[in-house]
Design a protein around this ligand. Structure first.
Ligand code: ATP
Length: 702
């Protein structure tokens, strides 16, 4: 029989903090599990410390945390093989410290007002009262000759301490669950909790379930069924007896499933990077984010000074539906899960990264806004950004092909990061690459271009080309094209629709960059601000002088007093009758005039950007503006033929000539416009009808 050693009152200022905690943390009751298991982990760590220091002699045994669900007694207990406590320690740490720190926690929580506190850490042992009507501690200290202790409390301010007959070192915390908290007797609930909060705790966490006894009588079972049950049940004997006769009495022992480890335990981020293989990292990623595509790249964070941060960050493939403003990096503190986002900790541009950050230097018992303003947290954010930049540079240097292959996704981070963080921009500006129309000479390079750093472009052989797509840095582009168009960057945002323009440029040996990701148009503007002397122009903004026959003098027709260009302009102006359209004529340089386009629609760079910005502000798709330029290529045979047909119309030799000339004008314009925008339903209908009419008329002539 146990004798009560002491009954007492817990000295706290708030009469009963339990209802307050219950109210404040209503949705977070489950954190009691994290708190109790953290205490168990600490206790086990302490026992190995005292063993190492020689204070405790002999074998300390295997560390283990055992969770027992007792469905009969409706209790949940957590047993550790840790350091244990003496009666004095229970009084000091539990009745004084634990309760007063809970009180302190409530005060802080109140002070935070409506703001959410990030981790609800620090509530500690007291959090068990959120789910339990009674909490018992059964503990035996490691100290020689220690007497085992039993402490019990019902959440009020009074407690009882008595001797216990426990003989094994360590502590068992037993919670008698409140009526409305019976969910914690379900093993799936406990498994989920352990997986969420304690999966990576450094010791095995096992689960055992004590089921109610089987009913006294049971219908005899078929042999196979009974066999299967035997294998399942811990108490094989109980099943055996149930099998032999229908009159079997209630088994003496309750059926307990053998304890089974339920946490993963290996926190990969705590391991030394040199001991890990790519497969280890990938396997860990797949464990954290099941059914997701493998990541592109990862960074192992590992520092002890001036703050402690461990972690692994992965670059995922950026699916279009990824919300880049949401973080899914999991935050841990000493391997204990805190939160499934790190929004306040890692820089905004790195939010789409995935993985784990573990730091004991991130204050957790604070509101989110406090966290954002915290100096250490800011430093940690900078550290993370720096490590990410370093890792990208390393890959650019060591495995250019992999870097290029991942660029479509990596590029978004890098560009977004450069725009958001000046330090990061400086770090990555040399590894910011763009796809180019340049065809890199992979074998025996004939031309070698030296970049500012003394890098020889062709020296890298095919390293900047992957699957026939070649990449370049901005500096390399500018250096290569200095002679032809200093500080001017020609770019294309849609390889398909802008193909005519790109081909024209390529045909004249002008290098075009492909800025075709969603972030690129902002990025080009950003780069112009950064490099004041550099100007970006989309291939369809205007035609570079080198593409136009500038000094081709034209003959003036004495009867009309007009040049050929004037005539063409008049024909189109009359046929299209679009007052907002500017019609311009040029002779486009080309070795074969028929291969250059007969007409092109141009939209000046500034005008287009303004349009895009307005559309973005109104969160709309940019409409193609009515004010634009139709450039007609007077060297093209089609334009020349059109002039002839039109001449017939004017001279009145053919009745349909005027109609045909008008239709051809519309057609040429439509074909040029196609590079800028698709047809709407009416436009499509008109285009098809007109195509048929033109073809009919042309074939009728034959
Ligand atoms: N399983 C255990 N074994 C040994 N000592 C324990 C155990 N659980 C709690 N303690 C003692 O009780 C103290 C108070 O625990 P409590 O969980 O309230 O706070 P804490 O663990 O110190 O801090 P935190 O606020 O981070 O939880 C612990 O510091 C420890 O000394």
């Amino acid at each position: 029989m146990t004798t009560i050693l002491e009954q007492g009152n817990i000295s706290i200022h708030t009469e009963n903090i339990f209802p307050i905690i219950k109210k404040w943390l209503y949705s977070d009751h489950e954190i009691f599990m994290r708190e109790l298991i953290s205490n168990a982990v600490d206790a086990i760590k302490k026992v190995s410390m005292v063993s190492r220091s020689g204070e405790l002699q002999g074998d300390i045994g295997e560390p283990e945390i055992l969770i027992t669900i007792d469905k009969v007694k409706k209790t949940l207990s957590i047993t550790d093989t840790g350091i244990g406590m003496t009666a004095e320690e229970v009084k000091k740490y539990i009745t004084q410290v634990a309760f007063s720190s809970a009180e302190e926690f409530v005060d802080k929580y109140k002070a935070a007002g409506d703001e959410q506190i990030i981790g609800h850490f620090g509530l500690g042992f007291y959090s068990s009262f959120m789910v339990a009507s009674q909490v018992e501690i059964d503990t035996l200290s490691y100290r020689e000759g220690a007497q085992a202790v039993h402490w019990t409390c019902d959440g009020s301010t009074s407690f009882t301490i008595s001797d216990s007959d426990r003989t094994t070192r360590g502590t068992t915390i037993t919670l008698t669950l409140q009526e409305e908290e019976q969910e914690y007797l379900e093993d799936y609930r406990i498994r989920t909790l352990v997986k969420t909060y304690c999966d990576f705790m450094p010791f095995p966490i096992k689960l055992e379930v004590i089921e109610p006894p089987k009913p006294a009588t049971e219908a005899p079972k078929a042999d196979g069924e009974a066999e299967a049950e035997k294998a399942d049940d811990a108490s094989a004997e109980a099943s055996d007896t149930a099998d032999t006769s229908a009159e079997t009495t209630t088994p003496e022992v309750e059926v307990a499933k053998p304890p089974e480890q339920i946490n993963k335990q290996k926190a990969l981020w705590k391991e030394s990077p040199s001991s890990l293989t790519d497969e280890d990292y990938l396997e860990f990623y797949r464990y954290l984010y099941p059914y997701q595509e493998d990541p592109l790249l990862w960074v192992h964070l590992n520092t002890d000074y001036p703050f402690v941060v461990n972690g692994i960050l992965y670059f995922p493939k950026l699916k279009p539906d990824v919300d880049v403003t949401k973080s899914s990096v999991k935050l841990f503190c000493n391997q204990v899960f805190v939160s499934d986002n790190c929004e306040e900790v890692i820089p905004r541009f790195l939010l789409p990264l995935r993985g784990v950050i573990d730091s004991s230097d991130i204050p957790l018992n604070v509101s989110r806004s406090f966290l954002q303003a915290d100096r250490t947290v800011k430093q940690i954010g900078n550290y993370v950004a720096k490590k990410v930049g370093d890792r990208l540079k390393e890959q650019y240097r060591d495995d250019r092909q992999a870097y290029i292959k991942s660029w479509e996704d990596l590029g978004t981070f890098v560009k977004f990061g450069s725009m958001n963080d000046d330090k990061f921009k400086k770090q990555v500006e040399d590894i910011l690459i763009f796809r180019t129309s340049l065809v890199e000479q992979s074998e025996a390079p004939k031309v070698e271009v030296e970049t500012a750093d003394g890098d020889v472009w062709t020296d890298k052989k095919s390293s900047n080309t992957v699957d026939g797509r070649t990449y370049t840095t901005l500096q390399e582009y500018l250096d290569r094209n200095k002679e032809q168009h200093e500080n001017r960057v020609f770019y294309c945002t849609d390889e398909v629709t802008q193909a005519t323009y790109v081909n024209l440029y390529k045909g004249r040996g002008i290098e075009v960059l492909f800025l075709d990701s969603f972030i690129d148009s902002h990025f080009a503007t950003f780069l112009e601000q950064e490099y004041r002397e550099v100007k970006f122009a989309r291939v369809d903004a205007d035609l570079d002088d080198s593409l136009i026959e500038k000094d081709k003098s034209e003959v003036i027709d004495p009867t009309t007093n007009k040049t050929f260009s004037d005539r063409i302009k008049d024909i189109f102006t009359g046929a299209l009758s679009k007052p907002k359209l500017t019609i311009r004529t040029e002779s486009i340089k080309s070795d074969d005039p028929a291969s250059a386009p007969p007409a092109m629609v141009l939209l000046p760079e500034e005008q287009r950007r303004m349009q895009e910005m307005m559309a973005m502000m109104q969160q709309q798709q940019a409409e193609f503006p009515e004010e634009h330029i139709l450039l007609l290529n007077t060297s093209h045979p089609l334009i020349q033929n059109l002039s002839e047909i039109n001449k017939g119309a004017i001279e009145g030799t053919e009745s349909t000539a005027s109609e045909l000339s008008g239709m051809i004008c519309h057609h040429i314009y439509d074909l040029a416009l196609m590079a800028q925008k698709g047809f709407d339903a009416d436009g499509m209908k008109d285009f098809v009808e007109r195509s048929n009419q033109v073809l009919t008329q042309l074939t009728a002539k034959k």
